[in-house]
Design a protein around this ligand. Sequence first.
Ligand code: SF4
Ligand code: FES
Length: 252
Amino acid sequence: MSKGMHISLRVWRQSGPEAAGDLVNYEMDDVSPDSSFLEMIDLLNERLEKKGEEPIAFDHDCREGICGMCSMFINGQPHGPERGTTACQLHMRSFEDGAVIVVEPWRARAFPIIKDLVTDRSSFDRIIESGGFISVKTGNAPDANAMPIPKADAEKAFDAAACIGCGACVAACKNASAMLFLSAKVSHLGLLPQGKVEGDRRVLNMLEAHDREGFGACTNTGACEAECPKEISVENIARLNRHWLKANLLSD
Ligand code: SF4
Ligand code: FES
């Protein structure tokens, strides 16, 4: 007798970057409602391997909402139906017994599909390389602690630093804009005194890299904030736009 849930999965299978992909049906029995979404895919992969079939390729690392690797659409929503939750923190009890669940990779020109659910998100790394760092001498931890920082700024910087670089904001955006990601990185550095020195250059260089990588323009739909598993606020985008205006005027 079946004890767990029955799930009908429709998973995007694509053997390589240039191959045509398609949704493939898998019927899953005995799925524990307490298993995580990724554990459910592990179980499916075990069953596929036992039958001599190719397991589903998907990205994952920490499985605790920290690394940002577990990027996938679940029923059309980045990271699935729970707000503020990564796919690895999602549990099967969030779905009805007998549910049909469609799983797909991120869809964006700047995130090409490598295989199945795995996309190449190195465009984010290149945006960070263009300015998402502090290269001035900042001293050691005690020096940082000795520097007075307004509480409101410290809190905003801390909230922005929660961005895990998962790309859900891009996937959710009809323009495939990465402005929420970019603005979070700019805020978490630029709101602190150590990050202000290179602030203008950082904003200009990171925005240039954003456009070069093929991300779209922000049209303020707010879809990014709604789907961000770390609930990064679009206030960061407004702050970035103000900073860009100032930096652009000064650079002329
Ligand atoms: S802003 Fe949110 S959705 Fe975008 S990369 Fe960062 S954590 Fe992911
Ligand atoms: S596997 Fe690290 S955030 Fe999901």
